[in-house]
Design a protein around this ligand. Structure first.
Ligand code: SF4
Ligand code: SF4
Ligand code: SF4
Length: 590
């Protein structure tokens, strides 16, 4: 689209999409400044361009240019302007994608009811439709349209991971009868999840499965419509919102379930429960939609699960995801669960609907071009966490888990677990604390300490420029039975992959010479090594561009340094096992 066409289309779309709510928010601001101290972007260093009103003014001025009669004739008088160039559009993109997470903390503090999220949604939707949006957002939207999930996970990989989790949970519970039901018709509920749980963070799924099993619930996973995330919300596009919601609703209807339970995802619950029925014109729905948080409260209250808080003794704090607390009013359920699952629960202040954003909202985690800015304004959240002196952070949103993990690393927030070597605070979902605290009832076999009896076979290539990391990973993998080959830079890594044909590659992102990102892209486009699964192990947040701004298939696994040995080995096992199964299915030689 030529520049003038883009601008023309943007202006047309802006006028067409303006509704009453937008008009109220665009015309009501008195520039009183009462919301300034709400915004973490402004509070970080007091930049006046980062106040909510100043950001909204970038599009408010366009509104005045069209609809304010003084603005039409004497634009400078009321700060009215027209969008005239591609540069103007880029500037809007920078403000409305890169400088606001739509967390609505300012809205809560505005006496005039200016809804920043509505202004952001309108502007983003017009920008997206002229192709002026972060690459990661456009890629994820395309994947949701085309594959039904935001990480383009294939049906085979999805089922494969569920089967792998079934085995892991059988092992954890020492119960070979544990099953992950798929498409069980007439079950009480279907569980919809964040694709991140399948692709990169299966521990929260395993925790949920354990809870369902111990409570004796009648549940199922769906083979389709299982992604509860919805980039219709982040892009301001109700058509995509309706498409994703209807995928979930239609599958739940087909299965004839009574309830649809949404995993811990702030915007997932908001989209599926509150916005989706309108976007998808799906009302009335023949089933109830609830969060796993509500389900867990019910299970604890009814005695279907018994928790022993002495199993979680380190101090824990809780981050309120904006979409649950400010936009959904769900503040007490997670606290109810955590206070019963942990012996030392500590509030961070401010909390509930007044909590600061984790910095990763509004799709920010998929916009790696703004990562540095995102972390440069993470001070408020970091200070909140630090003041609690907690050993870990719980939150009920997968997006927040990633956002907070970056905040903790950037601000070096550590806890000394007693060995004199402080470690970065882990961030986990609420269901993980609950699952850890569960008392296994007598009817079920008693849980034994987890024993890894798997035969570990396979050749792993470790690529990292830090010799001590290579030595450490080599020893860890060899001690558990794997063959290991190593490389210390990108070029050597590619050559070793070609020569040695490993079963898996662990790859650092920050290396001198060829970066891990270009090594990864080269591996993916080189016949002979393009199918080898890649596990990104890095200390650099730029790895997220491989997940979201992908031109080739995303890496199969990732982990942020410092390395958690258990999770590292579990991921290696999972990736090798799933790629072996895939090869068996496609009859490729192993
Ligand atoms: S509090 Fe409301 S009226 Fe005051 S500057 Fe902020 S958005 Fe404008
Ligand atoms: S919605 Fe959140 S990030 Fe955006 S201006 Fe308001 S307080 Fe700041
Ligand atoms: S990422 Fe988390 S804290 Fe940030 S806006 Fe979303 S729900 Fe809120």
């Amino acid at each position: 689209m030529a520049a003038s066409e883009k601008v023309k289309t943007f202006n047309e779309l802006f006028k067409q999409r303006l509704n009453r709510q937008h008009v109220l928010s665009l015309s009501a601001c008195a520039h009183c400044g009462m919301c300034n101290d709400s915004c973490h972007y402004f509070l970080a260093d007091g930049d006046p361009k980062m106040t909510p009103a100043a950001k909204a003014d970038r599009i408010r001025s366009v509104y005045k240019g069209f609809y304010d009669w003084i603005g039409k004739f004497v634009p400078f008088w009321v700060g009215a302007r027209k969008i005239q160039t591609d540069g103007d559009l880029e500037e809007l993109k920078d403000v409305f994608f890169g400088s606001c997470t739509g967390c609505r903390r300012c809205t809560l503090n505005c006496p005039f009811g200016v809804d920043m999220a509505a202004i952001v949604g309108l502007t983003r939707s017009c920008l997206v439709d002229v192709g002026v949006a972060p690459e990661g957002v456009l890629t994820v939207m395309k994947d949701q349209w085309e594959t039904g999930n935001q990480m383009a996970i294939t049906p085979e990989d999805y089922i494969e991971t569920l089967e792998w989790l079934e085995e892991e949970t059988q092992m954890e519970l020492d119960d070979p009868d544990f099953k992950v039901p798929i498409d069980k018709e007439g079950a009480d509920f279907v569980y919809v999840i964040n694709p991140r749980e399948i692709k990169y963070a299966p521990l929260s799924l395993q925790a949920a499965f354990k809870i369902f099993h111990v409570a004796g619930l009648d549940w199922t996973m769906g083979s389709s419509g299982w992604d509860n995330t919805n980039f219709g919300l982040f892009s301001g596009k109700p058509d995509l919102g309706g498409h994703m919601s209807n995928l979930a609703y239609n599958h739940a209807k087909k299965l004839g379930v009574k309830r649809l339970v949404v995993s811990e995802c702030g915007h997932g619950l908001r989209s599926t429960k509150w916005e989706g029925p309108n976007w998808g014109k799906a009302n009335p729905l023949p089933f109830e939609i609830i969060s796993i948080l509500e389900l867990m409260v019910d299970l604890i209250n009814s005695g279907k699960i018994i928790l022993d808080p002495h199993k979680n003794t380190d101090p824990v704090t809780y981050h309120d995801p904006c979409n649950l607390s400010r936009s959904g009013g769900m503040t007490e359920e997670p606290r109810f669960c955590l206070k019963r699952a942990c012996i030392d629960f500590r509030e961070m202040t401010p909390n509930r609907s007044d909590s600061y954003c984790c910095t990763g909202g509004g799709g920010a985690m998929s916009m790696s071009e703004y990562s540095k800015r995102r972390l440069s304004v993470s001070k408020m959240k970091a200070e909140q966490i630090e003041r609690t002196e907690a050993a870990s952070v719980a939150t009920a949103c997968h997006n927040c888990v990633d956002g907070l993990t970056d905040v903790i690393k950037h601000n070096d927030l550590k806890y000394d677990f007693g060995n004199g070597k402080p470690k970065l605070l882990p961030v986990k979902n609420v269901c993980e604390y609950v699952a850890d605290a569960i008392v296994i009832p007598k009817e079920l076999p008693e849980r034994k300490p987890r024993v890894r009896e798997k035969v570990r076979q396979g050749k792993i290539l470790v690529v990292d420029d830090q010799p001590d990391v290579v030595t450490y990973l080599e020893a860890l993998l060899q001690d558990t039975g794997y063959d290991v080959v190593t490389a210390f830079d990108g070029a050597e890594g590619i050559q070793t992959a070609k020569d040695e044909q490993p079963d898996l590659i662990t790859l650092d992102v920050t290396m001198p010479g060829k970066s891990g990102v270009s090594v990864f892209n080269e591996l993916r486009s080189t016949p002979g090594v393009d199918k080898i699964p890649v596990f990104i192990v890095t200390g650099d947040i730029d790895f997220r561009q491989l997940m979201y701004q992908r031109t080739v298939e995303a890496p199969e696994g990732f982990m942020q340094k410092p390395i958690n040995e258990d999770v590292f080995l579990m991921t290696v096992d999972r990736l090798l096992e799933t790629s072996r199964h895939e090869r068996e299915l496609t009859h490729e030689p192993s």
